[in-house]
Write a protein that binds this ligand. Structure first.
Ligand SMILES: CC(C)(COP(=O)(O)OP(=O)(O)OC[C@H]1O[C@@H](n2cnc3c(N)ncnc32)[C@H](O)[C@@H]1OP(=O)(O)O)[C@@H](O)C(=O)NCCC(=O)NCCS
Length: 143
């Protein structure tokens, strides 16, 4: 298993992996341009796992100077329950910590039971004291 920083050259393999990951919801912002913008804005915070040159896992992260935000954690079906996601999260949290970010958030779909168990196993707390509000600035509902 080889872990390294994600680059835009990983886009085709990553989008294929996300497309077959039940817990990852893709939007227009996940276009090649959108992901490239995200990686340039948050250098060194997103990672991939590779086996024999093939991409089997991803995690993306960014921060706003105060809090970290994790997204697109995905491991290929064939390679699950081998600790890959755990290692990707560790790499991500270490990179965020190096930037002074000690608290991070993430969103999961409410029906994603595997993700709930995974994040609980990592020691993450599901919040019941806040609610997430979103606003779309324009007509495109898939932005
Ligand atoms: C959730 C996901 C990333 C976990 O990846 P993984 O590499 O299999 O996770 P790990 O091997 O590091 O799992 C660590 C621990 O988390 C828990 N866990 C992980 N997947 C689980 C599952 N499907 N059911 C129950 N517990 C699970 C277990 O405690 C596991 O330890 P164990 O294997 O020793 O029992 C993977 O199932 C996935 O890609 N799912 C689809 C995409 C998704 O839902 N992403 C999350 C959105 S944030």
């Amino acid at each position: 298993m080889y872990y390294r920083t994600m680059t835009i050259n990983d886009y085709d393999a990553a989008i294929a992996l996300w497309g077959e990951s039940e817990g990852v919801r893709l939007r227009d912002a996940d276009s090649r341009e959108g992901i490239e913008k995200y990686l340039l804005r948050n250098p060194g915070l997103s990672f991939v796992a590779e086996v024999e040159g093939g991409l089997v896992g991803t995690i993306m992260a960014g921060h706003d100077g105060k809090r970290g935000y994790i997204q697109h954690l995905s491991v290929a079906n064939s390679h699950r329950r081998a600790g890959i996601a755990t290692q990707l999260v560790n790499l991500c949290l270490e990179a965020l910590k190096n930037e002074g970010i000690l608290k991070s958030h993430l969103m999961i779909l409410p029906e994603n039971e595997a993700a709930k168990k995974f994040w609980a196993n990592q020691g993450w707390a599901c919040r019941s004291d806040i609610q997430l509000y979103s606003f779309i600035n324009g007509d495109d509902q898939n932005v």
